[in-house]
Design a protein around this ligand. Structure first.
Ligand code: G6P
Length: 372
């Protein structure tokens, strides 16, 4: 086993480090020499795909947060509604699905029973189904009309890390493909986003190389009883994933909130010393989102929160209100989750390690949940 860990203290540490590769391998072979997107493996008639008028994403756990990120991207590029649903809720609520619905399942293992049952149900209702999966030949891809494999390599640690980044990457590719078929994403846009995607592995590496301070903070915070996470736009699912990782790995109570909801409830939780991670949208985000999140940081800081801020390189606006600033390289706002989630993974893993916990096999959890 020590050999399999390749010198890392845990599979998770190794898998976190493999993330640039997971993203690069998921992009590999999916564009042609001219840099155009090629997704022939999605074997559904392109005319049928172009006619899709709704996407429903079904998944569980960390994969469900990849789905939430996909919603922002697919709606932006394809101009059709995207619903993101926990697989176990989808099946039992009489969902509105028909032949023109594309149901996208996201599952690292391809064996999660709830997700499989949701896919079967979607097919019964006449939907086309695409599986985004990390495991060749698993049940869910076998039972779907088409599959888009993530190439993260085998993931051993129970809590998902590198498969998550690969899933997000695959979702972007699927969104661009669908947008290109529908004519809602111009070829120049597709090309530009693909170029940006190809630059992401190196940027993920830059984030990984700069996390010593995050590790230190995690060790200082090993006794924390509660940690909150705020995010907005695609940073919102990142906040949810940051909280999930901390629950899973470190058994600390953690909640993620949409930053805009702060004033509708969560701000009541803020008292002196409460640690709050804030995932800040880039200053170039549309609709003044950056400024709105900076105001949130200011509000919680004024109430004594310890503000741990994840912000783009060069974003000076956050500095006055941040106890700590964790920097990530600049990239288009929609692609930010590939970078901003990484410090949160490392924070949770390091804190769990400091508590002497087994990060690869957290208590009560299974890698793949094959019962309903
Ligand atoms: C389990 C794992 C999670 C994972 C979830 C969904 O709960 O512990 O890390 O995100 O299942 O798994 P899947 O294989 O469907 O992505």
């Amino acid at each position: 086993e020590a050999a399999e860990k390749g010198g890392y203290p845990s599979f998770m540490a190794k898998e976190i480090d493999e993330q640039p590769r997971a993203v690069a391998d998921t992009l590999l072979g999916r564009s042609d020499a001219a840099g155009r997107l090629v997704l022939d493996e999605v074997r559904i008639d392109p005319a049928e795909l172009a006619a899709v008028d709704k996407v429903v994403v079904v998944s569980c756990g960390t994969s469900a947060y990849a789905g939430q990120i996909a919603k922002y991207a697919i709606e932006h590029w394809c101009r059709i509604p995207v619903e993101v649903e926990y697989a176990h809720e989808f099946r039992y609520r009489d969902p509105v699905v028909d032949e023109r619905t594309l149901v996208v399942s996201i599952s690292q293992s391809g064996e999660t029973m709830d997700t499989l049952m949701a896919v079967r149900h979607a097919r019964e209702l006449g939907a086309r189904t695409v599986s985004i999966c990390n495991t060749n030949g698993a049940t869910i891809p076998r039972e779907s009309d088409a599959v888009l494999y993530t190439h993260a390599g085998p993931e051993v640690a129970v809590a998902s890390t590198k498969a998550f980044l690969a899933q997000i990457t695959a979702c972007y590719l699927l969104g661009l493909y669908l947008g290109a078929l529908k004519g809602t994403a111009a070829p120049e846009v597709v090309k530009e986003v693909l170029d940006e995607l190809h630059a992401m592995p190196e940027k993920v590496q830059t984030v990984l190389d700069g996390l010593e301070r995050v590790r230190e903070i995690a060790r200082f915070m090993a006794d924390s009883r509660s940690v909150l996470f705020l995010g907005r736009h695609v940073g919102y699912p990142v906040a949810l994933e940051g909280a999930l990782k901390l629950k899973e790995l470190a058994y600390i109570h953690a909640e993620g909130f949409a930053a805009g909801e702060l004033k509708h409830g969560p701000i009541a939780l803020i008292e002196a010393g409460q640690p709050v991670f804030v995932v800040v949208p880039p200053p170039a985000s549309p609709h003044g989102l950056h400024g709105k999140v900076v105001s949130n940081i200011q509000e919680i800081r004024a109430r004594g929160a310890r503000t741990l801020v994840i912000a783009e390189e060069g974003d000076e606006g956050v500095v006055p209100y941040a106890e700590e600033v964790i920097r990530v390289p600049a990239c288009p706002p929609l692609l930010m989750p590939l970078l901003t989630v990484v410090p949160l993974q490392v924070f949770a893993a390091e804190l769990a390690g400091a508590k002497g916990l087994d990060v690869d096999q957290p208590r009560n959890l299974a890698k793949s949940v094959t019962v309903e």
